[in-house]
Design a protein around this ligand. Structure first.
Ligand SMILES: Cc1cc2nc3c(=O)[nH]c(=O)nc-3n(C[C@H](O)[C@H](O)[C@H](O)COP(=O)(O)OP(=O)(O)OC[C@H]3O[C@@H](n4cnc5c(N)ncnc54)[C@H](O)[C@@H]3O)c2cc1C
Length: 494
């Protein structure tokens, strides 16, 4: 059946309207449509995927967002986040074509820790590099594995550093363990909430990394097919300008075109503050600013496309989390970029069997200052991109010892870079904050009775997390309102 992509909703009333066709919004729409809900996804942009998308430049397709899908577990393992989301979205494993990582590492001055999708590798690496700490590390891993509150309840959330320090005394090891988890999922500077740390520890170390051979496009195509089969509507180029509030409820959704649509419930993946800023009470023309909970952590990413494969240059790792400073500093840099730490990703280095990507890709992600990038005049913006591209590559090459600049230059076919300005423009996230607001709204509730959050600001982060968030918020706030016993059973974790 050919898909009809609407530019305006086909109806004027829906059971549920979903703001944003990123991973969270699409997962929520599929889930709701499976249960017969009349659902419409409203997306301001003309491409799906949100932060997890791709773009075309000079005849090539570049992935945004996806370095690796986290939470990978082999076939047969039950009850984990990836298994749950595949089941609840009725996706067969083969449809995603997930291929495991070859091996990643954390590289700090004078020390490295290798890890794979087999947790015992990291355990033995800690025992080798920090022999006095390995018992504490095992105890920490045990505590994380026993942490079950992934749906998030109320109550306080201790600092991850304080929990780590109750098991591990070496600050170097503490920083090394935190570096990948912060880069892949912390909206807080310097520390993480323990619940977030536990989710990310499980996602990265206890489970692991995988990637579809075709990258982001395989993920988004699969979700699109599911949306179509389930009968959900999708309106692209269809932004939400305002949520009209009446007596504590969303009474109407006003689109950028000025058209009004109504719904029994609205699920928003736009972010907590971003969503509340859309709400307008009839008697209060200006919404409250709610600026006390906006994220600030954003990133730049450089992409070099080169002839050959990374292994031809002696690079076998999938992802390298590096830090060149005395202590690892995860915070908004004063300058446009902090090149001292970052993430190197080689999308070629997954176990694709007989297949290989036709060209080499070398991506570097570093912390960046959104205000700085957004305030540059166009000419200066381009010059700074050029300058920081060079700096980031030079710094990252220190962690890829056999590769020198000349060899890389000789093989380079194309390059590009995106900045917080790009992220803000294409996702609407305030400050280009990839991981959203520091205070997560774990129950997904807002001050308005029929308006709920899903995605990054609900608390599950990354690609797997965003999809799980969409599913769990759809289950909790829309589907579980039914008393149908079979439905309740379906919506419980496996
Ligand atoms: C460089 C980079 C690398 C990453 N690497 C990884 C990785 O390796 N592994 C991993 O798991 N995750 C990674 N991530 C994070 C991951 O991509 C995101 O966490 C995830 O995609 C978030 O999904 P979401 O649906 O919650 O939000 P988003 O993707 O932000 O989707 C929100 C959508 O809402 C739309 N929207 C906003 N406001 C409105 C409005 N008013 N009207 C209509 N539409 C609106 C936006 O246009 C957007 O499409 C990375 C991100 C970046 C930037």
């Amino acid at each position: 059946m050919p898909e009809t992509v609407l530019q305006a909703p086909g109806e004027s009333h829906y059971d549920v309207l979903i703001i944003g066709a990123g991973m969270a919004g699409m997962a929520a729409a599929i889930r709701l449509a499976h249960f017969g809900k009349k659902v419409c996804l409203l997306e301001r942009h003309t491409v799906i995927g949100g932060l997890n998308s791709f773009y075309k430049l000079g005849g090539r397709k570049y992935d945004v967002g996806l370095h690796a899908v986290t939470n990978y577990v082999p076939r047969g393992v039950r009850g984990t986040p990836l298994v749950k989301l595949l089941r609840q979205l009725r996706i067969h494993r083969e449809e995603l074509d997930l291929c495991e990582q070859l091996g990643s590492k954390v590289s700090f001055p004078g020390e490295e820790l290798t890890f794979t999708n087999d947790f015992s590798v990291l355990e033995s690496e800690v025992a080798r590099a920090f022999p006095g700490q390995v018992d504490g590390f095992r105890a920490l891993a045990g505590e994380v594995a026993a942490f079950g509150d992934l749906s998030g309840g109320g109550g306080g959330d201790p600092s991850a550093r304080s929990v780590i320090r109750s098991h591990i005394t070496d600050r170097g090891l503490e920083d090394m363990l935190l570096c990948p988890l912060m880069y892949y999922g912390s909206a807080r500077e310097g520390d993480m909430d323990y619940s977030q740390f536990a989710i990310m520890f499980q996602a990265v170390y206890l489970e692991g990394f995988a990637r579809p051979f075709e990258g982001v496009r395989r993920l988004t195509r699969t979700l699109l097919r599911k949306l179509r089969e389930a009968g959900a509507e999708r309106c692209m180029g269809c932004g939400v300008r305002e949520l009209r509030i009446d007596r504590g409820r969303v009474a109407g959704v006003i689109l950028d075109s000025g058209r009004e649509v109504t719904a029994g419930a609205v699920l928003s993946s736009a972010g907590v503050t971003e969503t509340l800023r859309l709400c307008r009470e009839a008697r209060e023309p200006e919404p409250p600013r709610n600026d006390d909970n906006v994220g600030r952590l954003s990133f730049v990413e450089s992409i070099t496309v080169f002839r050959g494969q990374p292994r031809d240059l002696g690079c076998d790792n999938t992802i390298i989390f590096y830090n060149d400073a005395g202590r690892f500093d995860y915070s908004v840099p004063g300058d446009l970029v902090d090149p001292r730490s970052g993430v190197i990703c080689f999308p070629n280095n997954f176990d694709y069997g007989d297949r290989q990507l036709p060209e080499g890709f070398f991506r570097i992600t570093c912390l960046a200052n959104c205000d700085g990038w957004c305030s540059l005049p166009e000419k200066e913006y381009r010059a700074q991109k050029e300058r920081w591209f060079e700096t980031m590559v030079a710094r990252a090459l220190k962690f890829l010892r056999p590769v020198n600049r000349e060899t890389l230059n000789e093989r380079t076919l194309a390059r590009d870079m995106f900045t917080p300005r790009t992220i803000t423009r294409y996702t609407g996230h305030i400050n280009g904050a990839v991981y959203g607001a520091p205070k997560k709204v774990k129950d997904g509730c807002t001050p308005y009775e029929n308006l709920f959050l899903c995605g990054t600001d609900q608390g599950f982060l990354g690609i797997t997390g965003a999809m799980l968030s969409g599913i769990s918020m759809a289950n909790r706030h829309v589907l579980s309102r039914k008393s149908d016993k079979s439905l309740e059973k379906m919506t419980q974790a496996p």
